[in-house]
Design a binder for this molecule. Sequence first.
Ligand code: FMN
Ligand code: SF4
Length: 398
Amino acid sequence: MSDATPLRAFTPFQLGPVRLPNRLVKCGTNEGLSRGGLVTDALIDWHREMAAGGVGMTTLAYCSVSADGRTFRHQLWMHDAAMPGLARFADAIHAEGARAAIQLGHAGWFATPGVIGGAPIGPSRTFSPRGVCFSRAASAADLDRLERDFADAARRVVEAGFDGVEIHLGHGYLLAQFLCPYNNKRRDEYGGSIENRARFPRRVLRAVREAVAGRAAVWAKLNMEDGFAGGMTLAEGVDVARWIEADGSVDALQLTGGHTTRSPFFLMRGDLPLAGMIENEKSAVGRLGMRVFAKMLIRPYPFSEAFFRESALRLRAALRLPLMLLGGVNRLDTIEQALAEGFDLVAMGRALIRDPDLPLRMQRGELTASRCNHCNECVVEMERTGTRCVLRASAPPA
Ligand SMILES: Cc1cc2nc3c(=O)[nH]c(=O)nc-3n(C[C@H](O)[C@H](O)[C@H](O)COP(=O)(O)O)c2cc1C
Ligand code: SF4
């Protein structure tokens, strides 16, 4: 890229009520640093490094809106004791000149029974291989309560000082389970046609919008497709995005795909870190099961740069809403191309875990791409020391 070419990546963007200093967003990647369900100093430092490295906004990953939406014992969830840490987090990010966002979600059917103290709740009664149990189908009263939990959590994070609220409508989490025919077998107005399956997620987004009341930006991390036969298709994903746009409930969409239990590497394309995944299994039975079945059950998806670009362009053509391109963005020329193609923001995960100062170094002309090799070992580290790039400690200073 010549010196004469102004980089769009480093121009500001108005996202709803929030002005972002540039177009680069650190997407939510579970940090594995929320001991006791709280924001820790280590978690703040992890994101402070991202903010100091030049992203316009960094996203604190998965905060469960209620106790029964958790998948890990040490996972952030919305309760009174979490509030002071959330406020410290937002202050620390602001002090670096970046914006603070948080992902709010609920794991629904694959919440962990041993952590939540009972059977998980989902759109339907479905066997969860992760929980080794059946989920309970949500009643009308459950849906009212879950909608309130999302809205209350959104209101509270804004009170804590966050600039952006991301609602998880992807990766097979509760709201994406409603969209997904594999999880949603309901026969009421929340199941069947895609219009019905989208009804509850749309209710939640409207409730969140109302609770936030223009004090922060709101967007959905939305699956465009689930990535397996029997999941939501791309054509359905386009319809869902159109309805959300028509509802006026969000300022943007962050576009993703895949399903945590059925197609986990559809969303994090690259190597399968099987040895580490087997070691991380808590029980001997789990480790044996993984050794025997993992290769059969977990389909690999080779990495390619900006692997969701083609599908995301379908949504770009169908919508006027601001869109964030996500998935395998590694290079400065990819970022510039995405912005030229009409995406408003570019979100990155592994590229920034590898090189947290990537934005600054791209702007200074020192790096044109992240040095991430998509080995996915950071996913294994998440459950050990906390999410970190295994190449960083040994990487020579570049
Ligand atoms: C270590 C790790 C943890 C992740 N945790 C989350 C998460 O908590 N919530 C989420 O929506 N996506 C999560 N993801 C997926 C990323 O947000 C992103 O969708 C995916 O990695 C593709 O983007 P990338 O190619 O830029 O990494 C995680 C990814 C990684 C590598
Ligand atoms: S461990 Fe490092 S190199 Fe491997 S995928 Fe994660 S960030 Fe990239």
